[in-house]
Design a protein around this ligand. Structure first.
Ligand SMILES: [Zn+2]
Length: 74
């Protein structure tokens, strides 16, 4: 069984890396504008956070990426 991999680019060092789904985190906000995915760049170690559209959310959750909800208690 293979783990789904995603390509992600780092805005700091501009490397495009291919990472396991489990290297990503998905933060679900109350609205799409507040929903982000994040990963640590394997090249420079920078913590990258990017806006996640519906298509990305579907792909990441379908691949088993851990999610956390940001709007608990609101
Ligand atoms: Zn980087």
């Amino acid at each position: 069984m293979s783990v789904t991999r995603f390509r992600a680019s780092c805005p700091d060092c501009r490397v495009t890396a291919e990472l396991d789904a489990l290297a990503f985190r998905l933060a679900l906000g109350r609205t799409a504008e507040r929903t982000f995915y994040s990963f640590t760049c394997p090249a420079c170690g920078s913590a990258v956070r990017k806006h996640a559209g519906a298509r990305i959310i579907d792909a990441l959750t379908g691949a088993g990426v851990p999610t956390m909800k940001l709007h608990v208690g609101t």
